[in-house]
Unconditional design. Structure first.
Lengths: 246, 67
């Protein structure tokens, strides 16, 4: 079965990031042979004075394909992991959703979208999680992270939100790589321009420093921007500034 | 470059899109510390926009480092 695991508000100004913890937890799922995990996605939530985030208010989510018998153990381990690894002063929350058994997937996605626009409460989160059958738990501090954790599962489920944690180490020839090669190597949905056009397999891309993928249509996509130069290379990997919107 | 807040922290005067000003401010800052990679929003590694002590607001950020 496919499960979505999302954590939020595990850090403080001096600690490791929530994304690192999500990757570590995904690593444990693999090490314990519970199943296979996908990449971690970062989901931006509302920036507002009434939301008590540390610095950026983002949550981190990964999908795992596990045998159903391991779900209780995964949840138990994730709870213990957050209690052990979250930073002092943080307010960690954990959400584990099983998309195939959700009572209303649309409601979970809508909660994620609302968390990008409205100030939501823990009660909102717990109430919805109960109604939908999503595991939601808090592991220290105020437990405010349950809001972002639940929202993150909804945004990941939407298939159209966030950036992939980490960057792509793309092999190049003189700084250039072919779309087909990049897509195959990183199992991407494709390479798209910032205005949404899908590049052809034989298009060439000038690869910049530490290119990142974004999550669109349920797959990672490399984003590119026009390159003004002579020759056959018409695209370059998009800058982080361009990717801010994701 | 900064607006002093009532709580003693500093609000970046130039908003969220002035990348030159953010790089300039970080260049002379002794408290700068790069945030984790997934929170970087500009390609200049040394920028207040990539600093772990910035707390984003809707329009700008507040510096949480000691002035």
């Amino acid at each position: 079965m496919n499960v979505l695991v999302c954590i939020d508000d595990t850090d403080n100004l001096e600690s490791r990031g929530t994304g690192d913890l999500a990757e570590q937890l995904a690593g444990e799922v693999r090490e314990r042979s519970w199943g296979l995990c996908e990449f971690v996605t970062r989901h931006q939530l509302l920036l507002h004075p009434d939301v008590p985030y540390t610095s950026h208010n983002s949550s981190m989510c990964f999908a795992a394909d596990i045998d159903a018998q391991h779900l209780p153990a995964l949840i138990e381990r994730a709870q213990k992991f957050l209690a052990e690894e979250s930073a002092p002063g943080s307010d960690p929350g954990l959400a584990v959703a099983v998309p195939e058994s959700l009572r209303d997937a649309t409601a979970l996605i809508e909660f994620g979208r609302r968390a990008k626009q409205d100030v939501l409460s823990k009660q909102d989160a717990y109430s919805l999680a109960h109604d939908l059958g999503v595991h939601l738990s808090e592991h220290g501090g105020t437990g405010q992270g349950v809001i972002g954790a639940l929202a993150g599962t909804g945004l990941r489920l939407s298939g159209n939100d966030g950036r992939i944690k980490g960057w792509m180490d793309i092999p190049t020839s003189d700084g250039v790589a072919k779309v087909a090669d990049i897509v195959a190597r990183f199992n991407l949905g494709g390479v798209r321009s910032m205005d949404g056009a899908l590049l052809a397999a034989d298009d060439l891309i000038a690869v910049g420093e530490k290119p990142k993928a974004v999550f669109l249509g349920g797959k990672p996509f490399l984003m590119v921007s026009p390159l003004q130069q002579e020759g056959g290379v018409r695209w370059q990997t998009s800058s982080r500034r361009d990717l801010k919107q994701y | 470059m900064w607006i002093k807040c009532n709580d003693g922290l500093r609000l970046f005067r130039h908003g969220r899109e002035n990348f030159n000003a953010a790089a300039q401010a970080a260049g002379s800052c002794t408290s700068f510390r790069a945030d984790v990679e997934e929170e970087w929003v500009t390609d200049e590694s040394r920028s207040c926009y990539n600093c772990r002590y910035r707390r984003w607001t809707a329009d700008s950020f507040v510096c949480q480092a000691a002035p």
